[in-house]
Write a protein that binds this ligand. Structure first.
Ligand code: TXA
Ligand code: MG
Length: 370
């Protein structure tokens, strides 16, 4: 079909088509314009093309998971290394069972408790999935998003969708359609715009094949909720346990992620650091939980953050995108409270600031560091 051949059009400079979709609460069907947009998206996907889809966490860049050529196109569009596997999105638990060679009781319990929702289950993979989806591994990550229009799209396509976050590798995840346009441009064929994402950070990823189950990426569903549902204590590795040895062994490798173009610095003493950075000539942004003084307001880009972890997560990436739009060089971030509810936020902030911590930037004047 002609759609499949037409990949020469994919270019970061081309503007992708953006179609708004909605489903009013309490109505049986989405409006005709939304159905038409979903049909168009389904056609493109069936023809091996890439479509950006909304989820409750962040926007994803989707391809039919059983189409290895289309999946390969995701890796190219994102600049993602082939060794980093993708999440496969399904419309319901049944869709997940068929992707798994051995759907365990634990997977069933977690899916029943938390789906549709921001939880990704790593399970043993079914041999029929293309190898590039799982980066050659024996497991597959699956999730059922809490976005009814995206689940409807999966049903219309009739196949599961592989979909990593719709950003270039290591950059910020998109939480609205505009972020996808800015980050990927015409590398994606169509963007379905359902407005801002409800959660704002990526799903929790849990490996159900290890004993005890292991949280690979903290996210909206916490360790205690997972442990309670399973009746066993699930394990988690904190980002600080990973980063500290990495900094010592191999500075700058692999861990920088979820990062804006501005250099991110976590701080417990923003006032003195602000003064230092301004004296060095940097354009400074400040993600702050507190009220800035009047003098500060004139000289820096202040971006207020809510003091509740769920609300903080919802706006975090959007604020970082805003800092980039304002041309900020250095983004100071107030270190959030050290409570368990903040663990996913600490993970994302530690990664966003990771490579910069190793640069010895403190005494340099403003240079091109982007
Ligand atoms: O909220 C989300 O999870 C979003 C939306 C679009 O669903 N997706 C997302 O995908 O964040 P991505 O590709 O940006 O992150 C997926 C994470 C990566 O850290 C990847 O290494 C891990 O899941 N992952 C995928 N498959 C895996 C597997 N089989 N075993 C272990 N980790 C896996
Ligand atoms: Mg990602």
């Amino acid at each position: 079909m002609s759609l499949r051949q037409d990949t020469s059009q994919s270019s970061p400079l081309r503007m992708p088509e953006v179609l708004e979709i909605e489903w009013a609460h309490g109505t049986l069907m989405p409006p005709p314009s939304t159905m038409a947009a979903l049909e168009k998206a389904a056609d493109l996907l069936r023809c091996g093309r890439l479509v950006a889809i909304p989820t409750e966490t962040v926007y994803g860049i989707a391809a039919v998971a059983n189409d290895s050529d289309a999946v390969e196109r995701i890796f190219v569009a994102k600049g993602r290394p082939a060794h980093n596997p993708l999440i496969v999105h399904v419309a319901d638990i049944e869709g997940a069972r068929v992707l798994s060679r051995r759907w365990s009781d634990r997977a069933e319990i977690l899916a029943t408790h938390f789906w549709p929702g921001p939880l990704t289950l790593v399970v043993d993979r079914n041999e029929t999935l293309p190898l590039n989806v799982t980066a050659g591994g024996s497991t597959v990550a699956i999730r059922c998003p809490d976005q009814s229009l995206t689940r409807l799209l999966i049903e219309m396509v009739g196949q599961p969708l592989a979909a990593p976050s719709a950003n270039r590798s290591t950059e910020l995840s998109p939480t609205c359609a505009k972020h996808v346009v800015e980050g990927l441009g015409g590398l994606v064929d169509l963007i379905l715009d359902a407005g801002p994402c409800q959660r704002g950070i990526e799903s929790t990823v849990i490996d159900t094949t290890s004993d005890p189950p292991f949280i690979l990426r903290p996210g909206p569903i916490g360790q205690s909720e997972l442990s309670q549902a399973l009746g066993v204590m699930v394990d988690i590795r904190l980002i600080t346990d990973v980063i500290q040895p990495m900094i010592q062994r191999s500075p700058g490798t692999g861990l920088r992620h979820y990062a804006p173009r501005a250099r991110v610095e976590l701080t417990v003493n923003p006032s003195s650091r602000l003064a230092e950075l301004l004296a060095m000539g940097f354009r400074v942004g400040w993600l702050t939980l507190s009220e800035p003084s009047h003098e500060q307001l004139g000289t820096i880009t202040v971006l207020h953050m809510p003091d509740d972890p769920v609300e903080f997560a919802k706006v975090l990436y959007d604020r970082m995108h805003q800092a980039d739009e304002c041309g900020v060089d250095v983004l100071l971030v107030d270190r959030p409270p050290e409570f368990i509810e903040w663990i996913a936020i600490h993970d994302r902030l530690a990664r966003a600031s990771f490579s910069d911590q190793t640069k010895g930037f403190e005494n340099s004047s403003r240079t091109s560091h982007r």
